[in-house]
Write a protein that binds this ligand. Sequence first.
Ligand SMILES: [Zn+2]
Length: 163
Amino acid sequence: MKPSLIRIFPDPVLRKKAALVTVFDRSLLRLVAVLIRTMRFQAHGIGIAAPQIGISRAVAIVDVSRRDSSAQRLILVNPEIIERREPEARKEGCMSLPDYMAYLKRHLWVRFRWQDERGKSHEKVSLGIEAVCVEHEVDHLNGILFIDHVTCLKTDMVPRSRK
Ligand SMILES: [Zn+2]
């Protein structure tokens, strides 16, 4: 399955609230496969949400195993954050806003629930980079981008250095 093109801000699909998944069928499995491939083909991709490839459905992938070898890939269908703790200001970026990074408040402890690609329900507490990534991807499914959390565009936005 080929990777898809990443939608770039201000593409309107990035601002839509994604539809909840109610049918767990082969088209959902195909979407998950395309998301995983697309995330891998993008430098720094540790998470991706379906709206980023133009599909407004509540599906996201989080895989921070490159930064934390104990982490496992999470396939998040209809994810929902239940509780957030340990706020911290951090620098982050997004494949849909490739030119900038920004300092913003995230949480290093996040409890969330979701369904897997077969429809089974799960609940988990994530820590550190994985918690931050889950927040970022769940935001995407609600039409929220990291720039929405930036309090001062002048001081907190930084151009991303290109290699
Ligand atoms: Zn993003």
